[in-house]
Design a protein around this ligand. Sequence first.
Ligand SMILES: Cc1cc2nc3c(=O)[nH]c(=O)nc-3n(C[C@H](O)[C@H](O)[C@H](O)COP(=O)(O)O)c2cc1C
Length: 211
Amino acid sequence: MKLDSIRREYRYAALTKQSVAASPIDQFKGWLNDAQQANVNDFSAMSLITAETGGFPQSRIVLLKDISADGFTFFTNYDSQKGKAIESNNKVGLHFFWPELERQVRIDGVAEKTSREVSVAYFNSRPLESQIAACASAQSSALTSRNKLEEQFKSLQNALDGEHPECPGNWGGYLVRPVRIEFWQGRENRLHDRIVFELVENDWKIKRLAP
Ligand SMILES: Cc1cc2nc3c(=O)[nH]c(=O)nc-3n(C[C@H](O)[C@H](O)[C@H](O)COP(=O)(O)O)c2cc1C
């Protein structure tokens, strides 16, 4: 495959310090809404980047499940690789890319576990099969075979006999409190717009960066 000749112009929209919302959370909500309206597949999917001291940075996709003035929430297994990485360094990155809108958003923030109430409420809202899968899979641990995983799922499904499992203690949410949010809008001739919000003494400061 020849990649070096593949390129396109970005002309969908513009972003200025005047047009951006005063709050980066409001700006983010607007862009997320645009992504949904534009039928972007998995528009709420984001890369979660963790960095254990001395280790390689690690990135994986998770789904955004809530946004509030406090920050961005996703759910996972606390004993997973990402859970362990957050335990050792709770400074994380979140990264969204919506190709149809020629936009990306980069977030730096500090992750903390959500309350047990929030985790249980979300767990209980999930389909039964997803609940069983969360209980049956020791996420990120080595498996001897796929069969083993399916057996664990079936055996728990049979034991529950249609009942819902309790939210496991090692499963729940993380709230990422943002300290920096960058909005990137692709523009013509690679002169892209980059508007950054940085939290300075509880106030969001805005600046424009060179593309
Ligand atoms: C579209 C998509 C959505 C995903 N959503 C989640 C999620 O919300 N929570 C989660 O734990 N893993 C999710 N995953 C799986 C993760 O990318 C990853 O494989 C898993 O969490 C294990 O990561 P870790 O070993 O780095 O902890 C998703 C993957 C994809 C491709």
